[in-house]
Ligand binder design. Structure first.
Ligand code: NAP
Ligand code: GLV
Length: 324
């Protein structure tokens, strides 16, 4: 008999067909709303594999209910929604979708940087609200990007792809990373500095680390106060890496100039969130990798990861390599 799997959201057809060739598939059929926790609790009790999104909290409690579960395939590169240690302890493989979303996410990072620097959503709204009376010398003026200094925190796949784009804008590129990437420095034209120096020197600070115990609140009041009052913070990584309450204070007190955020501590961002009251914040609903082609590639890669894990010896994109 084929192994059984549960898919926690309606996924692109090509990915679903791949899965159906190998497994008995059950799927939460909705596209916009996550699977309710009680449904996930029921389904996890029997399946061999779970195909999930970053919206599902796969914690120890859930894993305790899953006697047959052998693999969790996350349709995302970030996997902070999954308790990796608990999965490893139970011998459950966890896989993710690195690489296929790198360029799309770097595109969005740069788009958000430019939109924030040049106040594009605010300017568009200004026109639509009938506030455009005349061309005026200092109307809706922003910050220059070409020739500015960008500081990339987390020089991984997406960090590198952002650095390549920054070179095209003749930017000075500083980076801070857990491990120094000497071999990449000449190739990408990037200079390693400690985090504090990066914060002090950069016109744009771009966060691109995973969310872990070490990166939680990596950017808090102390770090924000080191930034220039003309600087812009861009976060396309995960919400909890930046302390939102302290970011709000820094923006209100004009300690930094603006922020562009694709990710939040709580998603979806509550409509009464204080950040939404500020004109100098550009907010996006976690769309970093959201190009049509990339989302299909992610869905297919997550399917292939699951197939490899349940039918072959060495799964690709295994996160918990301690299991090998
Ligand atoms: P990656 O290749 O693993 O890069 C992450 C980088 O962060 C690595 O270079 C890593 O250093 C560094 N790092 C880890 N912990 C650190 C720390 N404590 N201090 C400093 N640097 C640290 O991952 P990626 O593919 O670029 O993706 C990065 C993250 O972006 C994902 O984890 C995800 O959360 C987020 N993301 C968001 C979206 C979106 O839609 N908004 C889309 C894709 C990804 P080492 O070289 O030492 O490992
Ligand atoms: C999206 O946020 C991802 O981690 O792939």
């Amino acid at each position: 008999m084929k192994p059984s799997i549960y898919v926690t959201r309606k996924i692109p057809d090509t990915a679903l067909q791949l899965l159906k060739e190998h497994f008995l598939v059950e799927m939460w059929e909705e596209e916009e709303t996550p699977v309710p926790r009680e449904v996930l609790i029921e389904k996890i009790q029997t399946v061999d594999g779970l195909y999930c999104l970053l919206t599902e909290q796969v914690d120890q409690g859930l894993l305790e209910l899953a006697p047959n579960l052998k693999v969790i395939s996350n349709m995302a590169v970030g996997y902070n929604n999954i308790d990796i240690k608990a999965a490893s302890n139970k011998g459950i493989m966890v896989t993710n979708t690195p690489g296929v979303l790198t360029e799309s996410t770097a595109d969005l990072t740069f788009a958000l940087l430019m939109a924030t620097a040049r106040r594009i959503p605010e300017a568009s709204e200004f026109l639509r609200q009938g506030q455009w009376k005349s061309w005026a010398p200092m109307m809706l003026t922003g910050q220059d990007i070409f020739g500015a200094t960008i500081g990339i925190v987390g020089m991984g796949r997406i960090g590198e792809a952002v650095a390549k784009r920054a070179r095209g804008f003749n930017m000075e590129i500083l980076y801070y990373n857990r491990s120094r990437k000497m071999e990449k420095e000449a190739e990408l034209g990037i200079s390693y500095v400690e985090l504090n120096e990066l914060l002090q020197r950069s016109d744009f600070v771009v966060i691109l680390t995973p969310y872990t115990n070490e990166t939680k609140n990596l950017i808090s009041k102390e770090e924000l106060l080191l930034m220039k009052d003309t600087a812009i913070l861009i976060n396309v990584a995960r919400g909890g890496i930046v302390n939102e309450a302290e970011l709000y204070e820094a923006l209100v007190q004009k300690k930094i100039w603006a922020a562009g955020l694709d990710v939040f501590e709580q998603e979806p961002l509550p409509m009464d969130h204080p950040l939404l009251t500020l004109p100098n914040v550009v907010t996006l609903p976690h769309i970093g990798s959201a190009s049509i082609k990339t989302r299909i590639k992610m869905a297919e890669l997550a399917a292939q990861n699951l197939i490899h894990a349940l039918t072959k010896d060495t799964p690709q994109n295994l996160v918990n390599k301690d299991l090998l």
